[in-house]
Design a protein. Structure first.
Length: 364
């Protein structure tokens, strides 16, 4: 059972609400050169199609800042400019119409420039994420704590928040990321007790799949189960589309997101009379091509021991046996299906359920 959601203030990133009673949002970051407007917009479109709700773009050069006006205007989801070192790029991003800023207190050295950014953001109604990262913590805090501990990350974040607060700026999100999930979890727990700002969760530099997905699921999932977290990003060494998929799966596994396909499959064992792994991949690929937006749970089970029971808990499923299996829809055994029609039958029933649920949504 999940803990009650932590009460946080709410901010608006473009037309997307974050914190408060808003759903936990899935975020990602483009890997294109931001100055390449077409490539960046194409990648944003791919992220949107996968379920991304907020996207961050890197702004390491002036030509990237110049591209922001076109990107912010044409993106179908809010764009957050990722700013390091150069305060002028932050001001340029605001002038370009971006919907959010992310700054790192460890590498914008001058407080007066941070104050200037706060005033400019306040005038435009643009929120700022204070993004503390273990790899770029301020030197004085590293000297004080000896390493990027949870306490050091939290102190850095709250120090930066006070600078913004002194300018009357409170549209703030905070992240305190670390590559070690245990340190990351502890940092967010401490931060959650010390402020009411919405929190952006992530295990930084999580690495490639499957390790990166596991680290992220441990860190992000633990906190979400405790009611902590308002936006998430899975930081993978991979296509950012995969980040969105893993992030969405984390939310779905905790019951925090009901959207699209939730595929349940048995791990297979010596009882199986069918290639469960191969069948599951075929079902997943076929159903993903359908681009089903409404929530639907499909079970692929490989034997008669747990298969019928698990399939009945899903919207539909197959309890497979040797050469044939039972199609189970909404808890009822419908038909005995030959093995070569498993995928076809599941897709057909999934379409029917998706159509019914889409119609119900429109009626409401």
């Amino acid at each position: 059972m999940l803990a009650n959601r932590r009460k946080s203030r709410q901010v608006r990133v473009g037309d997307v609400t974050v914190g408060g009673d808003a759903p936990v949002r899935v975020q990602s970051m483009t890997t294109t050169k931001t100055a390449d407007i077409d490539a960046t917009l194409q990648q944003i479109a791919a992220l949107v199609a996968t379920g991304c709700e907020i996207v961050r773009v890197a702004v390491p050069h002036w030509k990237d800042a110049e591209a922001l006006k076109a990107i912010a205007a044409k993106s179908t989801i809010p764009v957050v400019a990722d700013i390091h070192f150069q305060w002028k790029y932050a001001v340029a991003a605001l002038e370009a119409g971006i919907q959010g800023l992310r700054i790192n207190p460890g590498n914008i050295k001058y407080q007066d420039k941070v104050r200037l950014i706060a005033r400019e953001a306040k005038d435009r109604g643009v929120p700022i994420r204070i993004g503390v990262n273990a790899g770029s913590l301020e030197q004085d805090l590293l000297a004080k704590y000896g390493s990027p501990t949870a306490e050091a990350l939290v102190e850095s974040a709250l120090d930066e928040a006070r600078i913004l607060e002194d300018e009357g700026f409170f549209d703030i999100k905070i992240s305190v990321k670390h590559s070690n999930p245990r340190v990351m979890i502890e940092a967010y727990r401490q931060l959650a007790q010390k402020c009411d700002y919405p929190l952006h969760l992530g295990v930084t530099e999580a690495g490639p799949m499957p390790m990166g997905g596991v680290k992220s699921a441990v860190g992000i999932g633990t906190l979400l189960a405790e009611g902590i977290g308002d936006t998430i990003r899975v930081s993978l060494t991979d296509d950012p589309v995969e980040e969105v998929k893993v992030g969405t799966w984390i939310l779905q596994s905790l019951g925090l997101r009901r959207r699209g396909l939730d595929l349940v499959a048995c791990p297979s064992c010596g009882r199986a009379e069918v290639d469960v792994l191969g069948l599951t991949k075929q079902v997943q690929e076929a159903l993903e091509k359908e681009r089903i937006e409404v929530p639907i749970r499909v079970a692929v089970m490989g034997c008669v021991v747990n298969g019928p029971g698990e399939a009945r808990e899903a919207d539909l499923g197959i309890a497979a046996g040797k050469g044939q299996g039972f199609l189970i829809v909404k808890g009822e055994v419908r038909d005995k299906i030959p093995e070569d029609r498993f995928v076809e039958a599941l897709v057909a029933e999934a379409r029917k359920i998706a159509t019914e649920r889409a119609a119900e949504t429109i009626e409401r």
